[in-house]
Design a protein around this ligand. Structure first.
Ligand code: ADP
Length: 406
């Protein structure tokens, strides 16, 4: 089956064309055939980068005012210049990343009129995401009206969290009336990584207690107890939890009140500060990119060193608390741009975990960059692994499964 995976943001569109089947899933042999990204949609200098697997990318800068145009260009390229498809009829299904599934969606779902209405109704929980995610659905429906489309939610995997982990200590009416609770995000990544770790070991996820760390631009940790999420660090929004590239993670709500009242910042200013000027870039003043912050720290920049230390300390602290939440753990898994590529950050996170039985193999850690592999000593009671994530692949696989189930 050829599945088109789409991730439509406020000014961007990312896609991958993936060939998958049940046999390929079992053998981990599904193939990415092509991928592309459009950025700055809505401007006269939108950028696109389209790539057939194994070939040089084609890059353009031109006017793309609406998502619909980017999606039309994607389809035209797939069935034309790319040389991949004879016609669009060769696309068997379309899978979409949808950020918020609320309490309604516990798993991926075929996008019928009814489910799309429900996803739309959840837009008040994710006004910056769900409406954009759905643009790709509507555009694809116009072009491929008979092809099944599937929604894969960032929140769904976390829906097994027990009430004591998702409830906030605020008046209960905010939960019942306003749906204010912890939902968690990056669910597709945590699910993929935990599945893949078990697959590598010839087992199922249900055999393990896992702590998965997705450390990318956004960062979150997840406690997966025998296949079920029992806690995760992001909350009602992706602002909660770990220190990220430009978000603060856990922050005293009183500090927000202070900024609003004493520092006389408006709501919009606080929003921008918390989403784009905090975290690594906020503390270091250098960059939101961990590579730049590490490089500055290595040159003796004290604030950069502080930012890296605060980042790693927070991750270690969460891992410790999830170890307790699950009454122990079998492995800590690292994924995302930082988790997969930075041995330095992993080492700083793992060293304090020796108290939980994780003995870091420093040489294996340094040698494991951008690929699967163990970073703990063979005798280590708590295992440590790098497991690169692949959210698009899981979306393609879920699309296939949902199509087969109907
Ligand atoms: P997203 O969360 O948007 O999917 P990624 O998982 O691709 O993002 O992570 C991107 C981030 O990974 C970059 O901003 C950068 O901070 C970090 N990163 C990538 N490579 C390295 C590296 N070698 N060392 C440290 N950080 C890295």
């Amino acid at each position: 089956m050829r599945i088109l995976v789409m991730n439509c943001g406020s000014s961007s569109l990312k896609f991958q064309l993936i060939e998958t089947s049940f046999q390929q899933i079992v053998a981990n042999k599904d193939r990415m055939l092509a991928q592309g990204v459009f950025e700055r949609i809505g401007s006269t200098d939108a950028r696109s980068r389209l790539l057939v697997a194994g070939q040089e990318p084609q890059e353009t800068v031109r006017e793309v005012l609406r998502h619909q145009e980017a999606i039309q260009a994607t389809f035209a390229w797939l069935a034309g210049e790319s040389g991949l498809l004879g016609s669009l009829d060769e696309i068997d299904g379309v899978g979409h990343r949808i950020v918020h599934g609320g309490e309604r969606f516990h798993s991926s779902t075929l996008m019928t009129d009814d489910t799309v209405r429900q996803i739309e109704a959840l837009s008040d929980l994710a006004p910056l995401h769900n409406p954009h995610n759905l643009k790709a659905f509507y555009a694809a429906k116009k072009i491929l009206p008979r092809v099944p489309q599937v929604a894969v939610f960032d929140t769904a995997f976390h829906q097994t969290m027990p009430p004591h982990a998702y409830i906030y200590g605020v008046p209960y009416i905010y939960y019942t009336r306003d749906k204010l609770r912890r939902y968690g995000f990056h669910g597709t990544s945590h699910r993929f990584v935990s599945y893949r770790f078990a697959q590598i070991h010839g087992d199922t996820r249900e055999k393990y207690r896992l702590i998965t760390c997705h450390l990318g631009n956004g960062c979150s940790v997840c406690a997966i107890d025998h296949g079920k999420v029992v806690d995760t660090s992001m909350g009602f929004t992706p602002l909660e939890g770990l220190i990220m590239g430009s978000r603060p993670g856990d922050l005293d709500a009183g500090a927000v009140l202070y900024l609003l009242e004493r520092a006389e910042m408006g709501h919009a200013e606080v929003d921008v500060t918390l989403n784009t000027q905090s975290g690594l870039v906020g503390i270091s003043g250098v960059s939101r990119d961990m590579r730049d912050v590490l490089a500055a720290a290595a040159k003796g920049n004290e604030r950069a060193e502080l930012a890296v230390n605060a980042f790693c300390y927070r991750v270690s602290k969460y891992i410790g608390s999830y170890y307790v939440a699950m009454g122990g753990a079998d492995a800590v898994l690292f994924a995302g741009g930082i988790g997969e590529n930075s041995a330095e950050v992993r080492a700083r996170i793992c060293r304090p975990l020796s108290v939980l039985g994780l003995q870091l193999d420093e040489a294996a850690n340094v040698a494991t960059v951008g690929r699967e592999g163990s970073i703990a000593r063979p005798s280590s009671r708590l295992k440590g692994w790098v497991v690169p994530t692949n959210e698009e692949l899981l979306i393609a696989r879920d699309t296939l499964r949902c199509m087969a189930a109907h």
